[in-house]
Write a protein that binds this ligand. Sequence first.
Ligand SMILES: C[S@@+](CC[C@H](N)C(=O)[O-])C[C@H]1O[C@@H](n2cnc3c(N)ncnc32)[C@H](O)[C@@H]1O
Length: 262
Amino acid sequence: MTRVRLPPERVLELQKHHAERLRHCEPWSAATPWRQELNFQAETYSVLELWAGVVASDAAVDALEPGQFVDSPARRFRYCVRLHRRGQALLTWWGSQVGTVVFDGDVIIPALYQARDPDTPGTGYWNETPWMSLTPGEFITLRPGTRMAKGKVVIAGLGLGHQLIEVSKRLQVKRIVLVELDRELVEWILPVIRPHVRKPLEVVIGDAYEEIPKLHADVALIDIFPGYGDGFRRVAELAAASPHIKRFWGWGTSEMTGLAQR
Ligand SMILES: C[S@@+](CC[C@H](N)C(=O)[O-])C[C@H]1O[C@@H](n2cnc3c(N)ncnc32)[C@H](O)[C@@H]1O
């Protein structure tokens, strides 16, 4: 790794800017528009904890102690609560732009990890990056899809059920069909999420690419991709293969086409 040594005056400038951000934090709101620098008051950041009493930790996911996680029965998924420290930057994205979020105090961030496929690079038991974590970046980038939801909605990708819950709160939404690849994830976590879902829910366990083309719906929201914007082409192909679904959205796609509101 090449280290870049910054001149001392530039380091001082960056430290001053960071301190300034921490002095000008606004209350968190799920409606906050995306900006390259977002600064939130920690005490206003409240997130849904699916399992009460899981102790938050900033240790690596592989190093968590009992009491700091809940694992699925066959140990393919791990729910834990990340302790995110004051002033540490979290990444956000918007189309091709990258930004950061800081909080003026420690916050907790529930997260869902999947066991690493032994054929993929890495050493730990768990994948380093979670499938889902309740960060402002996730909330803000899932929001354009949630706002499109009406009538009968297909949601692909369960994760922590955040989008499922948010979609179910909308008056315009009548029914939801969840399509999730992993049976173990559904059987373990959906009973905990279900009480927060306010609309009739049908669950299809299977590959979204095979199952969605068979469905009829007003809108399909697709969030099955590990990286932001990864699914641009795949969502377009899925839409073309699904004649009975009126509108499609994929995580990151609306921002990339400039169709999303901030
Ligand atoms: C990023 S998470 C979804 C997060 C979710 N939007 C939320 O709000 O919590 C991706 C989910 O998609 C599922 N998944 C991955 N590939 C899939 C596929 N081909 N078909 C259906 N589900 C898939 C994963 O098992 C995981 O639950």
